[in-house]
Design a protein around this ligand. Structure first.
Ligand code: ADP
Ligand code: MG
Length: 246
């Protein structure tokens, strides 16, 4: 069955996870449409990475549901394993495989495809990130920003429905970061994937998000377009979070 246009690509409802009796993700709900970038923004320790881990399926929620294109992939009974969720992942430590060429890194998630298709898809993705000339190079021969783009190509190669990105720019040199953010955004926007990007930097969320979900102590305290969050903060703690960061 094809998803209806108005079906969110990713929908999580009332997600909860506690560690040692302490709620780390506390009743989190989010909807992301195809092609939309939502930033999960909040201070260190507020539960952002745990939320991503629940969606990726490497951590199990205590309650709540996760749907992709309207299909249930996880509740307390059903549990689609991580590798079958059609979810791409990109983390700060995006670790390419050092012993594989750039092309083989990008093709890594395509092992089930016939060789020729695998090659064609890897070449297409490398062209998309403007690195075609490095297809036979090895990761150590590339700059940090180039490696970042290879990691993006690798994550996008299997055509994930959802991309989860956990502080993907924080390891990069300040001078390069804005350019890489813009490039990444442009590449993501060409795909029809829903993006959930975690950051603790308001500036990054303002730059990249269609929608920001502001998280504090495991809860989403405010959600909306960047401009609305910035100009109409929900409480004083949000005001100081936005201004401290600047
Ligand atoms: P963020 O990504 O926003 O910095 P995290 O989701 O990594 O926050 O962590 C939120 C809180 O949950 C932290 O206090 C962290 O120590 C705790 N936490 C995360 N994972 C575990 C775990 N497996 N066991 C116990 N506590 C955890
Ligand atoms: Mg984190």
């Amino acid at each position: 069955m094809n998803a209806l246009p108005e079906t969110p690509r990713l929908e999580i409802r009332n997600l909860k996870r506690a560690f040692d009796g302490r709620a780390v993700v506390d009743d989190v709900s989010l909807k992301i449409m195809p092609g939309q970038v939502t930033c999960l923004l909040g201070p260190s320790g507020c539960g952002k990475s745990t939320t991503l881990r629940l969606i990726a399926g490497v951590e199990m929620q205590d309650s709540g549901t996760i749907h992709v294109d309207g299909n249930l992939i996880c509740d307390t009974v059903t549990r689609v394993p991580p590798e079958r969720r059609e979810i791409g992942l990109m983390f700060q430590d995006f670790a390419l495989f050092p012993h594989l060429s750039v092309g083989d890194n990008v093709a890594y998630g395509l092992r089930k495809l016939p060789r020729a298709e695998r090659h064609a898809r890897a070449a297409e993705l490398l062209e998309r990130v403007s690195l075609s000339q490095y297809i036979n190079a090895y990761p150590h021969q590339l700059s940090g920003g180039e490696q970042q783009r290879v990691a993006l190509a690798r994550a996008l190669a299997p055509r994930p429905k959802v991309m989860l990105m956990d502080e993907p720019f924080s390891g990069l040199d300040n001078r390069l970061r804005d350019g890489i953010r813009d490039d990444t955004l442009r590449i993501l926007k060409d795909e029809d994937t829903a993006v959930l990007l975690v950051t603790h930097e308001p500036e990054e969320a303002m730059r990249m998000a269609d929608e920001i979900a502001l998280m504090r102590d495991g809860r989403i305290v405010q959600q909306g377009a960047p401009y609305n969050l910035y100009t109409r903060p929900v409480d004083l703690a949000s005001v100081s979070f936005f201004s401290d960061a600047n």
